[in-house]
Design a protein around this ligand. Sequence first.
Ligand code: HEC
Length: 141
Amino acid sequence: MLKHVTTSTFRHATLLLLTLLLGVGSAYGQTPIQQRMAFYNPDGQLTFSAERGETLWKKTNIAEDGKVRRCTTCHGDDLSKSGKHAKTGKVIDPLAPSANAKRFTKLKKVKKWFKRNCKWTFGRECTTQEKGDLLMYLSQF
Ligand code: HEC
């Protein structure tokens, strides 16, 4: 009887420990883009949607010069391929994390380009919700 209790207690403790380890492990095991999403949702209050992100990513805006502007204008329609800067013609490496391991690894860079690109494309900065939705969409590639 005593032996039985001890064994099952031990089993419980082992399970608990495993669960804890897995929990901690998954926090460290996040991909860079998941880490960036966590930055925009520190308290877990927001829910990000890949669908909303996709809509925004493909949204067409007409700038003051009458030209169409979209995120894809520079990043292209195929995220696994290189894009081309609309103004300078410079090649932009693929934005898909699966095609480009450097993508979303630096928070500073993500912040900087969200700011610039949302302004250029939409004429305003993106909200936190929108940034999270965009990242959720981009994380699928
Ligand atoms: C006028 C061209 C242009 C447009 C339009 C554009 N981008 Fe970019 N984007 C760039 C360039 C240039 C970089 C930086 C160079 C690089 O990372 O290869 C960049 C980088 C980024 C990054 C940083 C990725 C990383 O590795 O950290 C994000 C995020 C991003 N763009 C999102 C967007 C979103 C969202 C839109 C639409 C609102 C958009 N871009 C529209 C040119 C553009």
